[in-house]
Design a protein around this ligand. Structure first.
Ligand code: PLP
Length: 454
């Protein structure tokens, strides 16, 4: 009988996070001050983040030790299982070996608690009593509410109004863990009140919610800010995923020809892929594929240059692929992939040709998700179906080339709170949104005058 799951013991939770900065072909570009266009120093981030996380943000050390108290909490759900997708392989009739790492068994049902716990712990160490954050679909807000509950930290979540009204279950999840949730725009901040004055019925956006959370943290001494993706320290915390996967593939006597993840801000992708980039840097031949939505094609069609991380233009300028900070993505169901920008580290790896980006429409992704659910049992998060769609493309390409591949992908979360999206797909009501060139051109206009990347 072929083994289906590869399990590690608690003592095998990685002892260090892996920092890909040490293995990049060139040093990462710095974030810039939006006024002066000069590189910003760590001290400029101090009102928003605890110093330990700022030091991780700018670190070039290859390995950073994971404090034992964090490993002890991660042990609630880690190490996560590596599955051999025997059911999917049989359904596809392929000789390819397909493996997936399953992150849906965490308390919040995705990879996000891997960094939420670490961020909350470092905040608690520095005496922080309150954290403000934003959430779109609610995945990050729930992960941070869970993590805050462990350390007695109050978590204030600015939840985009349209999700607040449309996803009451996510709101209840955050409140069950003690988070306080308001619909954004809210009357709690200047930024929110200004929007509501102009448009009392505003449905909100991630950009507005970020502005509210940043204002909240910047104007209160007892409060810091936390982000669930994009930044270097967030991606760093996710690298436990790929390090575990490597050990588990060893147990299976396998090594991937291709590693696949979906990308919104880049954190779950980095989690599975970055530890393999160490191997690429050491001369190993393997391909690394990042799958994004065709309606928000940041890596495949975006511009590589400096842009704001938020819509309102409050953050430093980040060197990244971007659709322009005012870009409003179509309302696809993979809410976690609707971001105008991208992690600077992932962007740099795409620019260097080390990571291959691909883009898919949501109907073909849900079709892949349903096929996966029927073969493997797990109903994937809408975001994760993009990775599965990319895996199907790899299987097809292997068939055409007449050479089977070993494929590893990250199943970053389950879809139990997104069954409304599956209902729409199964009823044939889901609309595909291929982005018009005119929308891309408008985006390019928004970032005219920003510093270019040489
Ligand atoms: C938030 C989220 C994403 C997108 O964020 P990344 O930082 O790109 O990983 C993808 N999948 C799930 C399940 C999420 O919760």
């Amino acid at each position: 009988m072929t083994q289906r799951r590869y399990l590690l013991s608690e003592s095998e939770i990685p002892s260090h996070w892996y920092n890909v900065v040490a293995d990049l072909p060139s040093p990462p570009l710095p974030p810039l001050h939006p006024g002066t266009h000069e590189p910003i120093g760590p001290e400029m981030l101090e009102p928003l983040f605890p110093m330990a996380l700022i030091m991780q943000e700018v670190s070039a050390d290859r390995f950073i030790a994971i404090p034992d108290p964090i490993r002890e909490v991660l042990a609630m759900w880690r190490p996560t299982p590596l599955h051999r997708a025997l059911g999917l392989e049989a359904a596809l009739g392929t000789d390819c070996k397909i493996f997936y790492k399953y992150e849906g068994g965490s308390p919040a049902g995705s990879h996000k608690p891997n960094t939420a716990v670490a961020q909350a712990w470092y905040n608690a160490q520095e005496g922080v009593k309150r954290i403000a954050t934003e959430t779109g679909a609610g995945q990050w807000g729930s992960a941070l509410s869970f993590a805050g509950s462990l350390y007695g930290i109050d978590v204030k979540v600015y939840m985009v109004r349209v999700s607040y009204d449309g996803k009451p279950a996510r709101r209840s999840m955050m409140e069950a863990w003690g988070g306080s949730v308001v619909a954004s725009p809210s009357i709690d901040t200047n930024a929110g009140r200004a929007i509501l004055e102009k448009d009392p019925h505003s449905t909100g956006s991630l950009g507005i919610a970020i502005s509210e959370a940043v204002e909240d943290a910047a104007t209160r001494d007892d409060t810091k800010y936390a982000l669930g993706s994009v930044l270097n320290h967030v991606l760093l915390h996710q690298t436990v995923i790929g390090q575990e996967a490597k050990k588990q593939l060893d147990m299976a006597g396998a090594y991937p020809d291709v590693v696949v993840g979906c990308v919104g801000g880049g954190s779950n992708f980095a989690g599975i892929a970055f530890p393999f980039i160490a191997d690429v840097a050491a001369g190993k031949k393997l391909r690394i594929v990042a799958a994004e939505p065709a309606s928000c094609p940041t890596l495949t069609r975006g511009h590589y240059g400096y842009d704001f991380g938020d819509t309102a233009g409050m953050t430093p300028l980040l060197p990244m692929h971007t659709l322009g900070h005012t870009f409003m993505p179509a309302p696809i169901h993979a809410g976690g992939l609707r971001y105008h920008g991208m992690s600077p580290l992932v962007s740099q790896l795409v620019h260097a040709g080390i990571v291959e980006p691909v883009a898919y429409l949501q109907n073909e992704c849900f079709a892949a998700g349903v096929q996966f659910a029927r073969a493997e049992g797990i109903i994937p998060a809408p975001e994760a179906t993009h990775a599965i769609r990319a895996v199907l493309a790899e299987v097809e390409a292997a068939r055409e080339a007449g050479e089977p591949r070993t494929i590893l992908f990250n199943l970053c979360g389950h879809g139990h709170l997104e069954l409304g999206a599956y209902a729409q797909y199964l009823a044939g009501d889901l609309v595909d949104h291929e982005l018009e060139q005119s929308a891309l051109d408008a985006a390019a206009d928004v970032i005219k005058g920003m510093p270019a990347i040489a």
